[in-house]
Design a protein around this ligand. Structure first.
Ligand SMILES: Cc1ncc(COP(=O)(O)O)c(C=O)c1O
Length: 426
């Protein structure tokens, strides 16, 4: 039974309510509503997309309805064929890999680095075969993956790289932004993300004009396809038939072979207007996350059985997630720590259950043991703490105290993670 109840100012909910919205967002919404302008596909979407292009440095930045749709479209643009292979990180939200379930391709899950939970370059390289077409990675928690090394390997083998940047808006990697480091960037503006477009929203970024045309068709109810000679030309119909007269040459000679049906998947004007306002506040929001992460990092530095990944100077980490690791068999175990934090009113959401062990992927032959580092870290070591800009100073200090107290306790009942590991093996 938690000691702090949900109405207390010390209660710290998991960050699904992380967005910070205020007068600026209200003002822009009021302006939009009073303008009487269309609420769909208008100038706010154009403005937001232009601002994102400038921020990211990509030639195209196209809004869609969610990060999930962004990854689905990115995977579609790869034109995967049966028998192709795609390498994916297993340490991410399911939307990073789920679109591949709809394709007849072989998926290989690569392991991650034990401190950053980003793609391990050696593991990625070891999985490449002549059929490998793409790598889908996430910048875990907002910290950019080792993109220079990854892209060197990918280019050498002709592999496309999709960056899932759902956590990484605001990040910098050696002076460049995630979203232009690979071939396609996918962003989410869900309310828990670094900025929000009023709860839901997403974006794809890339440089290829043909991809832009394809995405634009799909998101606005026109199918993506290729025009091919019409079967009618060779068919039983003659141009002289009356119903063909008005249809013209294009109907007679060409038809569309559809690669993806059209959908309605663009952002509303209200979402885009709020997104633009939030983008202007991105630095302030990221700095608040970074300040909280700094408090947590200095607190954890006192405990030798705990490790926090160092962040090199050429990376700006926006701390969408704050993650640290507990050494097994020394002092408080990971599971004991989480129970103690929950008792103190701190909701802990572990992100993410390894994808290859989810039922949909086990159903395609994936098994425990496939990604040993990911599994060890997830079942025994990893802790994610609340770290989002709407946390009050009181909540942050409460979290610091709760953390210190939980880590100081040495209950001596060994490693509480073992049972869940065994359960997963079943
Ligand atoms: C890594 C990652 N990719 C994709 C998504 C999907 O984004 P959305 O919720 O906007 O569909 C999320 C959302 O949580 C995410 O964390």
């Amino acid at each position: 039974m938690p000691i702090v109840n949900a109405n207390s100012r010390f209660f710290i909910p998991a960050p699904s309510v992380g967005s910070v919205l205020g007068d600026a967002e209200l003002a822009v919404l009021s302006k939009l509503i009073r303008s009487g302008e269309s609420l769909s596909q208008g100038r706010w979407r154009d403005k937001f997309e232009q601002a994102m292009r400038e921020h990211i440095g990509s030639r195209y930045a196209m809004t869609v309805t969610s990060g999930t749709v962004a990854v689905m479209l990115a995977v579609h643009l790869l034109d995967l064929a049966p028998g192709d292979e795609v390498i994916v990180t297993p340490q991410t939200f399911k939307a990073t890999a789920d679109p591949l379930l709809a394709h007849d391709v072989t998926v290989r899950f690569c392991d991650v680095e034990p401190d950053t939970l980003n793609v391990d370059v050696a593991s990625f390289e070891s999985l490449i075969t002549p059929r490998t077409r793409a790598l889908i990675l996430v910048h875990y928690g907002g910290r950019p993956a080792r993109m220079d090394e990854i892209m060197r390997v990918a280019r050498r083998h002709g592999i496309r790289v999709i960056e899932d940047c759902a956590h990484a808006l605001g990040a910098l990697y050696r002076g460049r932004r995630p979203g232009v480091l690979g071939d396609i960037g996918c962003f989410s503006f869900h309310s828990s993300k670094n900025i929000t477009t009023l709860g839901e929203g997403g974006m794809v970024t890339f440089d290829d004009p043909e991809w832009a045309e394809r995405v634009d068709r799909i998101r606005s109810n026109a199918a993506d396809g290729v025009f091919v000679p019409s079967p009618l030309v060779a068919g039983p119909y003659k141009r002289s038939e009356p119903w063909m007269m008005w249809a013209g040459d294009s109907y007679e000679k060409l038809c569309l072979r559809v690669r993806h049906p059209g959908s309605n998947a663009t952002l509303s004007e209200a979402g885009a207007a709020v997104g633009l306002t939030q983008l202007q506040r991105l630095k302030e929001l990221a700095e608040r996350r970074r300040w909280i992460a700094g408090r947590l990092t200095e607190t954890l530095a006192e405990f030798p059985h705990v490790r926090v990944a160092e962040v090199p100077e050429d990376i700006y980490h926006p701390y969408h997630l704050f993650t640290f690791f507990i050494q097994q068999g020394q002092g408080t175990s990971r599971d004991e720590l989480i129970r103690a934090l929950e008792d103190a009113g701190v909701q802990v959401q572990l992100r993410y259950f390894p994808l290859h062990l989810r039922p949909e992927w086990r159903g395609r032959g994936h098994r425990l043991g496939e990604c040993p580092v990911t599994e060890r870290i997830w079942f025994h070591e990893q802790v994610n703490l609340p770290c989002y800009p709407s946390m009050t100073d009181t909540q942050v200090e409460h979290l610091v105290l709760a953390l210190k107290s939980a880590l100081t306790k040495r209950r001596g009942i060994g490693d509480g993670g073992a049972s869940s590991y065994e359960e997963a093996r079943a």
